[in-house]
Design a binder for this molecule. Structure first.
Ligand code: AQP
Length: 327
């Protein structure tokens, strides 16, 4: 059976970009593959974080995994820092990768831009991410478009390691959706929707009330043309709204273009508010049932035990190949 690994950082409220680009795929994949879904808390401290916020967002993300339909009987749900092998393999992979290749990572350039002091962890983030993936002999990594470059680096590191030390790692493939893999910010469709963007109206989070999401959608940047058609280059804002609408409703973009022919942006936005509100309300209901129950901690404990068993076998194999004395 093929293996799947993916993770979400507890760096803020999960937005519809995280959901449509990555998490929604997790639910389908668990039916046919052996899935490991992680809350990647060690990644979240690569930028300064409030400890209270990491604590609560870690439990939020885990609860959302369940609320969107990930079944802990079918998939392994766990927290990265509960499995020490991630940090250990991360170090070994740092020693098997080069400054030059990490320097080319666009996420590092974007996230370090304008900061006076940048953590070493932000620079070596791709090594930890490679460790996350490679520890589980992962075949498929479902992610949004922004993680494509990191997965390519993970593959390069794994292939190089296999060539140097002999067959050790499974070489993973990214799974990036054709539509919805890069949901753009509502206030500025030239930027991707992000948890940490300053303007809360730039995103819709899975926990937004109907009033909050209505405000963000009705204020979303469009253009002055007034025609509802998909054109990424010239109409990025409208195209983004059509993508979100299509992903939540299941209607194709061309069906939507026909439906709104001759109508204005107000009509499109008003209907989109309804579609998104309806989709999020069932997730929110289940989330509130789970978030404050004991169930979530038990699931994370079982998940960590299962993940650790698999991860430790891979880590031992790596250390053996590299010449470490094993007891
Ligand atoms: N805008 C997006 N559209 C589609 N997919 C997206 N993802 C992130 N943003 C979008 C995908 O969501 C998964 C989890 O992301 P992450 O927690 O690793 O965070 P990130 O990629 O660094 O982006 P965020 O959510 O905006 O967080 P911050 O603000 O902390 O950087 C990944 O599969 C990602 O591709």
């Amino acid at each position: 059976m093929k293996r799947v690994f993916s993770g979400v950082q507890p760096t803020g409220n999960i937005h519809i970009g995280n959901y449509l680009g990555a998490m929604k795929q997790f639910v389908d994949l668990q039916e046919e593959m052996d899935c490991f879904f992680c809350v990647v808390d060690l990644h979240s401290v690569t930028l300064p974080q409030d400890p209270k916020s990491i604590y609560s967002h870690t439990l939020d993300v885990a609860s959302l995994y369940l609320a969107i339909g990930i079944d802990p009987k079918k998939s392994t749900i766990f927290v990265q820092s509960h499995v020490p092998a991630h940090a250990e393999l991360g170090w070994l992979l740092q020693c098997n990768s080069y400054m030059g290749e990490l320097n080319r990572m666009t996420q590092f350039k974007d996230k370090s831009k304008g900061s006076e002091s940048v953590s070493v962890g932000l620079f070596t983030y791709p090594n930890l991410m490679a460790a996350d993936i490679l520890l589980y002999d992962t075949h498929i990594v479902p992610v949004g478009n922004d993680q494509k470059q990191h997965i390519e680096l993970c593959r390069d590191i794994a292939i190089r390691f296999n060539n140097r030390f002999g067959e050790t790692f499974v070489i993973p493939e990214p799974q990036i959706k054709k539509s919805g893999a890069r949901i753009m910010a509502l206030d500025d469709p030239s930027k991707k929707m992000s948890k940490s963007a300053e303007n809360p109206l730039s995103r819709i989070t899975l926990m937004d009330s109907p009033e909050q999401l209505k405000k963000a959608i009705m204020k979303a940047t469009t253009d002055s043309e007034g025609q509802i058609r998909f054109d990424l280059e010239n109409k990025a804002g409208v195209s983004n709204l059509l993508t979100i609408y299509s992903e939540f409703s299941g209607m194709s973009i061309s069906e939507l273009e026909q439906k709104y022919e001759g109508l204005g942006y107000g009509a499109l936005k008003k209907d989109l508010v309804e579609v998104v509100t309806a989709s999020l309300s069932s997730i929110q209901q289940r989330y509130h049932e789970i978030r404050n129950s004991d169930e979530i901690r038990n699931i994370l404990k079982e998940g960590a035990e299962k993940a650790e068993q698999v991860a430790n076998i891979t880590l031992r194999r790596v250390k053996e190949k590299m010449g470490f004395v094993l007891l």
